[in-house]
Ligand binder design. Structure first.
Ligand code: NAG
Ligand code: NAG
Ligand code: NAG
Length: 490
């Protein structure tokens, strides 16, 4: 073998190493702040970073395994700025045994040596809490447990880090005191002040996004806290949005399977106890008497029914349609009051729908000759997580050149045809499936398509045909009637 070929493996491994080696940074400080909630928990981590070499542009964030698997939404920004930074996740396999996950963040500009920047990782974890105890009577409290890793991992050396867990009330039941493991452990590694438990400060932590560090020093910490709001999940949301140019209408219908994921109700439900608790303004924290939803402005014909029928105890205050291109968003407010309070462990299935003027969410683009319609993925319910969602967008009959821009990728999306009464060719239908949606996912899918004039006319023609058949049928019926009548007379 010629000599120069021998150097190739060496060169390759050198290239691979220099690709894999993280650009050098140092964390001057990391502060992680966890807002404890029900099914959704918000985690904000601020990294004060310093470049150790000039031109450093890609900073790597590490998540622990549990954290990665519970996180259903995250975003990285420069502190105080609006636009999210470009991120690229390293491959991650759920079946692997790796205990950390890496995400590369492209900084807005390369840092100079000793240049600093504060970057913020905002994340929402879902199904991260469990009710404990798992059952509660109507008069008992509701308490939840949340577990996190003690240390924020990083491929870089960290000068100081802290983690703060914040409950909604100062009534905490317990929290883990970490085991003493290392030099960077302070004398009091955990302290409570009001509703907040602080772990740290931990000083001078070596690079920790590796299996050796994790095996030696990482440990779980659990906080057990009272939570005075119902813990809500939507097991399944089926939204169908039907666009009709003929009626200038956008109909949205949601079929919702709501579940109270708090402690299961122990014993019977007593309406008397419930009413007296309501009277003393001390409702059971795990009972859900009503929900407030923010629906779009300008809606009409709102309806709400459950398995028994129309629910007439709800109140809707409709806000008028906004002027075109107005920046301020107004909402119609629906106070949705089921027939009975939804207690821990109970399900409630209902349907909610409304019509809205199509002009409020559609635009016509002269340049492309296409309509562009904005369809919101969901109507958020404060604190609730949507475990499974199916969003169906039914376009007008004869729509062509269909394109869509989703705000984030779906588990699955497909195109099919939906045929209803009076349709001749059926309507193109887009279906999107999602998992674990939170308030952060309450964004819109934009769909654009063309409708030709003949397609516009198809509907009136179909209606006219139907009308004439009905007319002919009525004539025929009348004839038969006459005959019968005649027969009778005879
Ligand atoms: C960066 O800071 C270190 C320590 O303060 C100093 O020794 C070094 O000269 C600085 N480098 C640059 C390029 O400013
Ligand atoms: C359902 O209840 C609402 C509110 O009371 C009422 O306006 C509406 O007419 C009812 N709809 C039906 C189909 O009964
Ligand atoms: C709620 O619905 C889920 C899913 O359909 C089901 O597994 C569960 O048993 C239901 N709970 C109750 C109390 O009916």
């Amino acid at each position: 073998m010629p000599n120069r070929w021998r150097t190739i493996p060496f060169l390759l491994s050198f290239i691979i190493q220099s690709l894999a080696a993280p650009q050098s940074f140092e964390n001057t400080a990391i502060v992680r702040s966890v807002e404890l909630g029900g099914v959704a928990v918000h985690v904000t981590t601020t990294f004060a970073i310093k470049a150790l070499e000039p031109g450093a542009k890609v900073y790597t964030i590490a998540l622990g395994r549990q954290e990665k698997e519970k996180t259903s939404w995250f975003e990285v920004k420069v502190k105080g700025q609006q636009n999210p930074l470009l991120i690229s996740e390293h491959p991650y396999a759920y079946e692997s045994t790796r205990n950390y996950h890496l995400v590369d963040v492209t900084l807005p500009r390369p840092l100079t040596a000793n240049g600093t920047l504060n970057i913020v990782l905002e994340a929402v974890q879902t199904h991260a809490t469990t009710p404990w105890p798992t059952t509660a009577s109507q008069k008992e409290d509701q308490a939840l447990k949340f577990t996190a890793d003690l240390l924020v991992l990083s491929p870089y050396h960290t000068l100081v880090q802290r983690t703060k867990l914040k409950a909604l009330t100062p009534r905490l039941i317990s929290f883990t005191i970490p085991k003493e493991v290392q030099d960077f452990m302070p004398d009091t590694p955990a302290s409570k002040s009001g509703a907040t438990v602080t772990y740290g400060p931990f000083n001078d932590i070596p690079p920790s996004a590796n299996e050796n560090f994790i095996a030696a020093y990482q440990q779980p910490v659990t906080i057990h806290y009272f939570h005075e709001q119902p813990v809500l999940e939507i097991l399944k949301l089926t939204r169908s949005a039907e666009i009709s140019h003929w009626g200038a209408n956008l109909n949205i219908q949601d079929d919702i399977q709501l579940h109270n994921a708090g402690p299961a109700l122990k014993g019977h439900f007593s309406r008397l106890d419930h009413q007296s608790q309501a009277f003393y303004k001390k409702p059971a924290p795990h009972a859900l008497p009503a929900l407030t939803l923010h629906l779009p402005s300008g809606i009409r014909n709102a309806y709400y029914y459950d398995l028994i029928g129309n629910v007439s105890t709800s109140r809707l205050r409709v806000a008028p349609s906004p002027p075109k291109n107005s920046k301020t968003k107004q909402y119609s407010v629906l106070e949705l009051r089921p027939r009975y309070p939804i207690m821990g462990g109970w399900n409630y299935t209902f349907t909610l729908g409304w019509d809205a003027p199509l002009a409020d969410s559609a635009n016509w683009d002269h340049a492309t000759g296409k309509y562009m319609v904005e369809i919101p993925i969901m109507t958020p319910i404060t604190g609730a997580v949507v475990n499974n969602a199916e969003v169906k967008i039914i376009l007008p009959e004869g729509a062509t050149d269909v394109e869509f821009t989703p705000p984030f990728s779906a588990l699955e999306n497909r195109v099919s045809t939906h045929v209803t009464y009076l349709d001749t060719t059926g309507r193109p239908t887009l279906t999107f499936e999602y998992k674990d949606l939170t308030v952060m996912h309450a964004q819109s899918i934009f769909v654009s398509y063309k409708v030709s004039l003949s397609a516009h006319l198809k509907k009136p023609v179909a209606v006219a045909t139907a009308f004439f058949s009905l007319f002919a049928f009525a004539l025929l019926g009348r004839r038969i009637n006459l005959t019968i009548h005649k027969n009778k007379v005879l």
